[in-house]
Each structure stands twice: as C-alpha cells, then as structure tokens.
Design a binder for this molecule. Structure first.
Ligand SMILES: [Zn+2]
Length: 467
C-alpha cells in the first residue's frame, strides 16, 4: 500500500506491527477526503491506523484450527466485507481474505484443503464483484505471497514470491497482460483514485494496463520520475549520512523511452548509494569480525607452540573437522533444514527447528571425532590421553571453522535487520551456524570422554608403534 520496499517502510516482518512511517494509499486517500475502509486482522489495522475510516477487525486465524473453523470465519468475514463495500461507494476499500494463507500453514499448498480454501476465496471475490458496478468501481485482486507445497513462506522460493494480480472494472484496459512488482500496486491504486504517488514508492503505475489516453500515460510517467527524484534525493542523502547527495537524474526527458531510462538510472544511483554505505559499514565491522575469527586460531596455535599438542594431532583434528563441517552442511537438507524462513512453516516450530540444527551439528561433530579417534588409535596406537586431546581438538576445530564462516558472513553481509534487509539466505544460515557452533563448542569437553571407551574397545593395528 506504500509502494516502498520493506527496508524503507520499516515493517520487515509480521512481528511488532506499528503505523507505517511512510506515505501510503490510505493516508493519501484520506488527505483528499476520500472514504477509506479496511477489513483485516489487527496487525494490518495497526499499519494503516489512523487513516482507516471504517475498520472491520478480523480475528487472527489460529494456524492449527480445523478447516471448518476457517470456513466459518470466511463466511462471517464475507458479511463484513459486503457491509464495508456497500457503505463506501467511492474511495478505497481493502479486504483481506486470510483463509488461503491459513490453509497453506495448516496443510500446505499441495493439499486439498488449500485448493478448497482458494476456491472459496474465489467464490467470495466473485460474490463481492457481482455486487459492484464495475462501470464505476475497480476491483483489484492480489496476494502477498504464495506457499511451498508442504506449507510455509518468507523465503525467496519462486512459488512463494510470485502472486497473481488481477484488475477489472473502471479504468482498466481489458485484456492487458504482463509482469510487475508488488511495489507497483500502490502507485497503480494512486492512478486509479487520482491521488499523488506515495512519497517512498519504488513502483510505477501500471499504465499499460489502464484505460487512459497516451498523454495521460506520459503524465503519469513524468510524475513517477518526479516522485522518484525527490525520494532518491532524500534516500541518498540519508544513506550517505551527510545530508547532501543531490540526485543527478533529470526529469527533463520528454518521450517515453527516455523517461523509462531516467527511472532506471535513478534506481541504479540508489543501488550505488546503498552499496557505498554497505562498503563503509563493512570497514567498520572488520575489526569485530577479526576479533571473532582470530582468537580460536591463536588458541590452537598457542597450544601447538607450547607443545601441549603435537603437530600431527593438530593436522588430524583439522582434517577431521573439515570433513565434519562438510558433513554437517551436506546433511542439512536430509534433516529438513534450509537457509530460508519458508522451511519453518509455523512460528511455534522455530524452537524445534533450531534444536534440530544443533542436534545435526553435534552428530556431524561426533562422526568427525570418532573418525579422528579411530585413526589415532589404530594407526598410532594412541593412549587415552592422546585420544582425549585429539577429541577435544577436533571438536574445537569444528566449532572454529563455523566461527570463521560466521565471522565472514557477519563482515561481508551484516545479518541484523537495520537500514537494509540482510540477504535472507545468508542471514538465516548465519543464525543456524551460530547455534551449531555453540552446541559443538560447549560439548567439546564431553567429546574428550569418548577417548576412554575408544582406548578400551579399538585395538591398534599390528604396524602401529606402541605408545
Ligand atoms: Zn502466512
């Protein structure tokens, strides 16, 4: 509803919703005296209050309720929706139909329940549409995301990221088709309602799908270039932190291709400004990343220098740790773990998901330790003290390798949701790695206890020198 990306409007997750800090279509409509109405859950109501004149707050759907419950909610919601639509003849009415998402979380998008929920949502839209005079009203139907087959969203999967957008009625050019971005929805609503573009919008009115004259089309493009220039100026100044970063892209372009190019130039300049700020912050993070990465290397190097550990033991532990970390990463998909929020279909599964990650890392580290101990015992005939040392060193090297990875990702990409959204894949992987390294790091001394049974149960091969 704002046309802004999440890092600019600041509401990057479903948690902790607050009134949006950027302009949105509800606010613009109210500023022009148009009536606004919203039927949605309490979180969505929070985002747009106080610019919603008539609000119907829908109950939050429990993700584990039986499908019949959802359908009952959909039925009562349809009444609310119809009432809101009748009440506002001109203006902006937004209706959230949540049953499809609930069914996705409950049973996954490959389920019969999901198909049924989608069909019922279709029916609900059809009934609402039949009550509209599409000669005067415009109907815009879209979704905020899809679901993977087993249920879940939040990650970058194509079936999660791609949604349909269907427009019909007044102002819409029948038969127009094409691709667009979700940020284009708000500017398109602005165009349909005759409102200014939302100030932080990064989208464009879908003029090719609107029944407007060529001249008006050009006007909209020009207005978009103007809006974007003003936004880019503030955005780049804010990114650079010094308050002066005039946008260089001009709005003097006359024809359509030039206007499009100007918009693209503006996007590129903003991307460059983002990259410059990230580069600057990377330099600031470097000492902290080194402070994470270097101590474990110093500890292992120091132990070696002090003669507390032999060179070949360190080599064996290091090799086993590399194999163990590779095993951990290789088994992530087998354990149903992915670097994507989509893999955690329900909030209440998050703790179990993280526990599974820690268990997997412990199992992979145990395999690495067992391999190293088996080798040391058979080939070197190592005694219990050497075995204990090799076990701890292997676990420490395992945790150290993950720490190196964590430090690198922290330095290179940053993982905290701040002024920009971190790369989803890497940020999610970062937190899984941190948990894995904590589990293995803390369990390190326990691995040393395995030395005793190994020394009793595994016999050295005949060729190994006695120790
Ligand atoms: Zn959802």
């Amino acid at each position: 509803m704002s046309g802004a990306w999440a890092d600019v409007h600041g509401q990057a997750t479903n948690y902790d919703p607050r009134p949006l800090r950027v302009e949105h279509v509800f606010g613009l409509a109210r500023a022009q005296g148009l009536p606004t109405a919203l039927a949605a859950g309490p979180k969505a109501q929070q985002l747009f209050a106080p610019h919603v004149q008539k609000a119907a707050t829908l109950a939050e759907g429990a993700e584990t309720a039986p499908l019949e419950d959802y359908l009952a909610v959909l039925a009562s919601q349809a009444e609310e929706d119809a009432r809101l639509l009748q009440a506002s003849t001109r203006g902006l009415t937004v209706l959230e139909i949540h049953v499809v998402d609930d069914a996705g979380h409950g049973w996954g998008s490959a389920s019969e329940e999901y198909a049924r929920a989608a069909a019922l949502a279709d029916d609900a839209v059809r009934r609402l549409a039949s009550g509209l005079d599409l000669g005067r009203a415009t109907l815009v139907v879209t979704g905020d995301h899809g679901h993977v087959a087993e249920g879940g969203h939040g990650g970058p999967e194509p079936e999660v990221m791609g949604v349909p957008l269907v427009m019909a009625g007044a102002g819409v050019r029948a038969g127009a088709r094409g691709d667009c971005l979700q940020v284009d929805v708000a500017p398109t609503l602005s165009a349909l309602l005759g409102l200014p573009l939302p100030a932080a919008s990064r989208g464009r009115a879908l003029v090719e799908a609107l029944a407007i004259a060529d001249a008006a089309r050009l006007d909209w493009l020009r207005a978009t270039v103007e809006q974007r220039r003003a936004f880019a100026e503030r955005y780049r100044a804010w990114l650079s932190g010094n308050g002066v970063a005039p946008a260089t892209f001009s709005a003097s372009a006359r024809d359509e291709p030039m206007l499009w190019r100007t918009l693209e130039d503006g996007e590129r300049e903003m991307a460059e400004a983002r990259e410059a700020r990230q580069e600057h912050e990377r330099r600031g993070r470097l000492p902290w990343a080194l402070a994470l990465a270097v101590p474990p290397l110093l500890v292992l190097g120091g132990l070696r220098a002090a003669g507390a550990i032999h060179g070949r033991e360190l080599l064996l532990a290091g090799g086993a740790a590399v194999a163990g970390v590779a095993l951990y990463h290789g088994l992530l998909p087998v354990a149903g773990l992915r670097y994507s929020l989509t893999a955690v279909n329900k909030d209440e599964w998050l703790a179990a998901y993280f526990r599974r990650d820690m268990a997997l890392s412990l199992a992979a580290a145990a395999v690495a330790v067992a391999g190293a101990l088996g080798f040391a015992r058979r080939r070197w005939g190592a005694g219990v003290r050497t075995l204990g040392r090799v076990a701890w060193t292997t676990a420490a090297a395992f945790a150290g390798l993950l720490l190196l990875k964590v430090a690198f990702v922290y330095w290179r990409h940053a993982v905290i949701v701040d002024w920009h959204l971190p790369d989803q894949y890497r940020a999610f992987g970062f937190y899984l790695d941190v948990l894995a390294l904590m589990a293995v790091g803390l369990a390190g001394p326990l691995f040393a206890l395995v030395a005793w049974p190994v020394s009793r149960l595994v016999a050295p091969t005949a060729a190994s020198p006695p120790r």
